[in-house]
Design a protein around this ligand. Sequence first.
Ligand code: NAD
Length: 362
Amino acid sequence: MTKKILILPGDGIGPEIVAEAVKLLDCLRADFGLEIETETALVGGAAYDDCGSPLPESTLDLAKAADAVLLGAVGGPKWEPLEIALRPEKGLLGLRAGLGLFANLRPAILYPQLAEASTLKPEVVSGLDIMIVRELTGGIYFGQPRGVETLASGERRGINTLVYTESEIERICRVAFEAAMRRGKRLCSVDKANVLECTELWREVAIRVGRDYPEVELSHMYVDNAAMQLVRAPKQFDVMVTTNMFGDILSDAAAMLTGSIGMLPSASLNADNQGMYEPIHGSAPDIAGKGVANPLATLLSVAMMLRYSLAAPEHAERIEQAVSKVLDRGLRTGDIASPGTETVGTAAMGDAVLEAIRAAAA
Ligand code: NAD
């Protein structure tokens, strides 16, 4: 059945990098029989400029009707003076809430060709390929009660509450187990069960869900140790699953291990495997319009989309292998350039990936 993809280029470098993803999707449709139809809409600052809202209702409706959404990036200095409710970032949050995207999948991949880009020793990170599954719509960021109150003594007290229901834990654990099944079949659930009752429950539910996935080796780690292990020996992990706040912190740390944010994709999924896919980087206003942005994180986001929402893992592999081939050839955008490599622009990098895909099939 033909799958629907909504394309949201957004702001800054968004339109430039998304243009390469559109070329890639067109190639997969025309030359490899991928059955998709695409539609493009406005979000973020571009949408605000057009109609005064960072997430027009028409865009949200199209997103709801699509099997998957591909987003470039939103934001930029032009819209910073706006009140928070009208800022481009609100468009993103509105999409997450509107689509019920509770699972955030953030791979941290370091292609061996780029091992020098990391701040860690190449032997510690070369070939790193881990996936952090972060719960995105619950936990301490949303729990009640919250706020700042003034006590009778006049002193103020700040409150946030860590809350998870069993069903919230269960659904995120299922996403993580499914991801582990598609990868190395190892899952590490990260909690603070020695101190927080809420994550004691998290651990109990993870074990229960694990009974449905006997092939996956489940382990547990306290978050403080997980942070240490990520830096000490990150390649020990395959998939990690954790709460909203722990995942926020650990996934940024893991991304930075790779030293190249222009390379990292992400996915946010709901219960129906409908998803929004985007590079982890922002709209990079400093290089927007110059044709130098790295499109690879966006192309790899397309690969994730094919794997997780469109059930087309063979096409995902085509893209991932082509990216590796292009790096083997020594082609680099400015952000990942190193001595002895050839620096190319956004469109040339996108073209090189298409060439590699076609060459692999010839
Ligand atoms: P950023 O990720 O946009 O840029 C940080 C640095 O990385 C910049 O030097 C930029 O040039 C570079 N960079 C980022 N992506 C690159 C790419 N593909 N190729 C080459 N270089 C790249 O982060 P920032 O500067 O903190 O934020 C800029 C804007 O993006 C802000 O308005 C922010 O709110 C927004 N933002 C949006 C998202 C999103 O849409 N998901 C995420 C983060 C930030």
